[in-house]
Design a protein around this ligand. Structure first.
Ligand code: MF3
Ligand code: CO
Ligand code: CO
Length: 266
């Protein structure tokens, strides 16, 4: 297992790529309304990345082993779609929830982040799932510090999800990131404290829990990319790119309007 440790120069580039990825989400936020199609969202984000930011949309033509090249520039995962939803002609409607996942390349380095959006008015259950998933991601992030274990992150996420009656998707995980989109380590969103890799300053990886309202089982659609819940229950995901700092964590994917961490209620 070769987990890269980023130099201060590399971390500076990761911070820029991370901010740019988050800024695509800031940019697209006011467009997420009933009637827009996911391919219109893809086109807007693509043009913003290439024309305004001069970033490269990392998903476009991305082809990991066993996959056909990804045909679009972003992932749009609506309702029971867990992840890797391919933008298309379907219009969003009020009550939908959608994850938009952005990965940009700037100066050779990747920034990878996703958020959930409500289209019009969400149901109480949909809102709860999105909020709890956000909390799960943050509990995972807050477990990051030198000397902690990957299993501490997974455990914090799993505990939060299951405490609220939700389930954690097992087949997809967070990942090391840098010059490569997906590198070691794999960051599981479930596990036992004190197990797995020990964290060291300079490691950069994503934390991106996929949490289902129903069972954890998933299925891949015939397009070779789109992942859905087997029981068609709602699924939510949030993602940040995180650095292990000297004393704790440093979130790379922050922008002017990144949602703030949940505030502990007394
Ligand atoms: N951005 C996704 C992740 O968080 C990966 C998408 S791969 C793609 O790892 F090809 F579907 F874009
Ligand atoms: Co990722
Ligand atoms: Co992503």
């Amino acid at each position: 297992m070769t987990v890269t440790i980023k130099s201060p120069e590399e971390i500076a580039k990761m911070r820029i790529a991370g901010r740019l990825a988050a800024e695509v989400l800031d940019y697209i936020t006011p467009f997420i309304k009933p009637g827009i199609t996911t391919e219109e969202i893809d086109r807007l984000c693509h043009d913003y990345m290439t024309d305004i930011q001069q970033t490269i949309p990392a998903p476009l033509n991305y082809a990991p082993p066993g996959y056909q090249p990804y045909p679009k520039s972003i992932c749009t995962s609506v309702n029971h779609v867990v992840c890797h939803g391919v933008p298309g002609a379907k219009k969003l409607k009020s009550g939908d929830i959608i994850n938009i996942d952005i990965t940009v390349i700037k100066d050779d380095y990747h920034g990878d982040t996703s958020r959930m959006f409500y289209v019009g008015q969400p149901s109480i259950q949909a809102r709860r799932l999105c909020e709890i998933t956000f909390e799960c991601m943050w509990l995972g992030i807050q477990a990051v510090k030198p000397g902690a274990f990957l299993g501490d992150i997974g455990h914090a996420i799993q505990d939060c999800a299951e405490r609220h009656g939700f389930s954690v998707v097992r087949e997809f995980c967070g990942h090391g990131i840098g010059i490569k989109f997906h590198e070691e380590p794999q960051v599981l969103h479930y596990g036992q404290p004190g197990t797995g890799l020990r964290l060291e300053p300079g490691m950069t990886f994503t934390i991106e829990p996929m949490i289902n309202a129903g069972k954890s089982d998933i299925r891949q659609l015939a397009d070779g990319w789109t992942i859905v819940t087997k029981d068609h229950s709602l699924s939510a995901q949030w993602e940040h790119t995180v650095l292990v700092s000297a004393t704790g964590y440093d979130v790379m994917t922050v922008s002017a309007t990144t949602p703030l961490p949940p505030q502990p209620t007394v």
